[in-house]
Design a binder for this molecule. Structure first.
Ligand SMILES: Nc1ncnc2c1ncn2[C@@H]1O[C@H](COP(=O)(O)OP(=O)(O)O)[C@@H](O)[C@H]1O
Ligand SMILES: [Mg+2]
Length: 339
């Protein structure tokens, strides 16, 4: 578990103070993947560097498994550092070392005996799907393969926490996928807690359980990805959902449908069955007017604009809401016309 409490950090640039982090609090539960997103300059790397103890915060606390990192020094600090594996921003491999040689580096620093080192390196290269590239030098690996070696290296000392700063920047979508698969595997197979800093929403879509949005050094939204998509006011939620045309979200008694609404459905059962079941049960005609289906991690999520026709349209909508569909509709005035 990573706990960030009221973290602040500023820098002096050309005699002016720049606040990189302003009272940031964040919790990443054990064995989850948290995405920290934000535009360039939002403070993402500073947060990652503070957590990995490369940067000293001005105030606030960072706890890994309950231990306040700022309070440690000497050997206890070095031990705490080993609990945190870091995949730095950019290309970070040593050019003069093979893939296996790069992964072995932290094990050499920790004075792990050679035989043990070799078997650990083999295990890690297998985890990231690069067993056949052990003796290849970084210049002969693709960008995605280099990042996977960097992930293997970060996992070498068996950390409980993995921090990755923009692990997919400059990669094409298919290569991005291979790197995300490896981060996901670190969580699911090794139980590592992963904090991934990124400007790329594909990362959040594919692997994040939780997401935090940083804006000018402050957390402006934070929560479970699947909760945020059903929150009407969530910007990150609406970014992750398919588009629908808001302009059509009005009730028009004289129009084609008795009721129009926007529904967000989360999970296999809801996405697969809720709309047809509502239509059957209440004898209403239900048309999909817009929107679509997406996937967040392994969970299918849909946002549809629907039109309902029939006497029991309102009851059908109410029934869907009772079954955890998130329904948004235009406010209706007393005479039944959209306000
Ligand atoms: N070492 C540093 N010295 C001076 N300013 C810095 C330093 N590191 C970061 N900053 C400033 O802090 C702000 C946040 O930077 P950063 O954490 O790198 O953002 P991001 O990773 O979200 O792009 C920026 O204004 C940046 O210029
Ligand atoms: Mg950065």
């Amino acid at each position: 578990m990573i706990t960030v409490e009221n973290l602040s950090k500023s820098f002096t640039q050309n005699n002016t103070r720049v606040t990189a982090l302003d009272d940031v609090s964040l919790e990443v539960p054990d064995g989850t993947v948290c995405g920290v997103v934000g535009t360039s300059g939002a403070g993402k790397s500073t947060l990652a560097r503070c957590i990995s103890l490369l940067e000293k915060p001005d105030s606030g606390a960072i706890r890994v498994d309950g231990t306040d990192l700022a309070a440690l020094d000497g050997s206890r600090l070095r031990a705490a550092r080993r609990q945190i594996g870091v995949v730095p921003q950019g290309d970070s491999l040593l050019r003069q070392r093979t893939a296996a040689g790069n992964v072995a580096l932290p094990l050499e620093s920790a004075k792990v005996p050679a035989a043990q080192r070799r078997s650990r390196v083999a295990e890690l290269l297998d985890l990231v799907g690069l067993s056949d590239k052990a003796s290849v030098y970084p210049d002969h690996l693709s960008g995605g393969q280099r990042q996977r070696v960097a992930v293997a290296r970060a996992l070498a000392a068996k950390p409980s926490v993995l921090l990755a700063d923009e692990p997919t920047s400059a990669l094409d979508p298919s290569t991005t996928d291979s790197v995300l698969t490896v981060l996901d595997r670190a969580r699911s197979e090794l139980g590592v807690t992963v904090l991934v800093v990124t400007h790329d929403m594909a990362v959040v879509r594919r692997i994040a359980d939780d997401v935090a949005v940083l804006e000018e050094g402050s957390v402006v939204e934070h929560g479970k990805v699947l909760d945020l998509v059903s929150e009407p006011g969530s910007r990150i939620g609406s970014t992750l959902l398919p588009e629908t045309d808001q302009a059509e979200l009005v009730r028009s008694p004289g129009g084609e449908h008795d009721v129009t609404a926007e529904v967000v459905l989360v999970g296999f059962a809801a996405v697969g069955a809720l709309l047809p079941e509502a239509s059957n049960r209440f004898g209403v005609e239900l048309s999909i007017l817009g929107g679509g289906l997406t996937r967040l991690g392994d969970t299918p999520v849909a946002k549809f604009r629907i039109g309902l026709s029939g006497e029991r349209s309102e009851s059908a909508l109410k029934w869907m809401i009772e079954r955890d569909a998130h329904v948004r509709r235009a406010p209706v005035s007393v005479d039944g016309v959209a306000a």
